[in-house]
Design a protein around this ligand. Structure first.
Ligand SMILES: [Zn+2]
Length: 317
């Protein structure tokens, strides 16, 4: 019997159950065409086995179960990675692109005793407006206005006209409307609402030279992830002789890796964020998807190794 026949005989039981890859199936078929004795063996493998022989097939059953697990896990991990890819694409397309302040970007109008109407330029597809008391004890309120668009809105959004919003104003204290450009330049004071006269005074000047800085927490989270990975790597190196501990270190270490990849996807290499809650939620969501995928990939690699070992033992025996 030729060497190739030995290989074919090992694969035949799996081939008979349609449990081999298309490439392997091609290889077996090609061989069966030209080899009568293997063909005979194949006919026998296809027949239902008597009970006694089934017990001999225990290692084979074991192998079959592992192959099935490997196949299912491969499908799930692919689905997880594809989902992570879609969420990442969304994160990039939906990322806010803030507008610098310009004339007419937002206009304010006092509509009645209790409200000021904000109207934005048509290019603005989203905005936020936060009213709060001066944190340094000043006798007035701030109204911080941000305006942005996104690649998604630029490419796909329908003409929606100008956005507008009514903002409730305090009856007693003045309200200072600030535009936040979110690009490291100074915030712009657009107008000041005087409750006594119920008038908006245009005040196109920088108010107290205020600059809104990006939130830097992402730097800290990234460093924490890197530190965790470093600690786990040390454990992995020290656990050279403890295979079980090593596997667990690998499983845990995959999360910081998934986190760091997700952060790079969502906030690029500039981790300073003007939209921290949004960015952080997306980073965590994508990192969980990636982590699931990586864990399964890790498991599939181990299964592959075990399957190889079982097969070679089978051949040796
Ligand atoms: Zn043969």
């Amino acid at each position: 019997m030729r060497n190739e026949c030995n290989i074919i005989r090992d694969i035949l039981p799996l081939y008979a159950e349609n449990m081999v890859s298309p490439d392997t199936a091609d290889f077996v078929e090609e061989h069966l065409k030209g080899c009568a004795s293997c063909r005979k063996e194949y006919e026998r493998a296809k027949e239902p086995r008597p009970a006694k022989e089934v017990s001999d097939a225990a290692p084979l059953l074991h192998l079959r179960r592992k192959l099935k697990a490997k196949r299912i896990q491969t499908v799930i991990l692919t689905a997880l990675f594809v989902t992570a890819l879609f969420v990442s694409a969304f994160a990039v397309l939906d990322a806010p692109i803030y507008f610098p302040y310009s004339e007419g970007l937002v206009t304010l109008k006092s509509v009645n005793d209790t409200e000021v109407l904000l109207t934005f330029d048509e290019k603005v597809t989203d905005f936020s407006c936060t009213v709060y008391e001066d944190p340094y004890g000043g006798d007035f309120y701030y109204c911080d206005i941000e305006a942005w668009t996104s690649l998604w809105d630029e490419w796909f959004a329908k003409e929606q006209g100008s956005l507008s919003a009514a903002v409730a104003v305090n009856q007693i204290k003045p309200v200072i409307a600030m535009y936040i450009p979110n690009d490291g330049t100074e915030d712009v004071c657009i107008a000041r609402y005087e409750p006594e006269t119920r008038e908006l005074v245009e005040e196109n000047m920088n108010y107290e030279n205020r600059v809104t800085l990006p939130r830097l927490s992402l730097h800290i989270y990234f460093l924490l992830a890197a530190a965790a990975l470093a600690v786990i790597s040390v454990i992995w190196i020290l656990a050279r002789k403890k295979a079980g501990l090593r596997v667990w270190a690998e499983r845990i270490g995959l999360y910081p890796i998934a986190y760091m990849i997700s952060q790079c996807i969502v906030s690029g290499i500039r981790w300073a964020s003007y939209s921290l809650p949004r960015d952080f939620a997306l980073i965590v969501f994508i990192s969980i998807l990636l982590y699931g995928g990586l864990l399964l990939a890790h498991n599939v690699l181990r299964l592959k190794k075990e399957i190889r070992e079982i097969s070679s033992r089978h051949v040796a025996g």
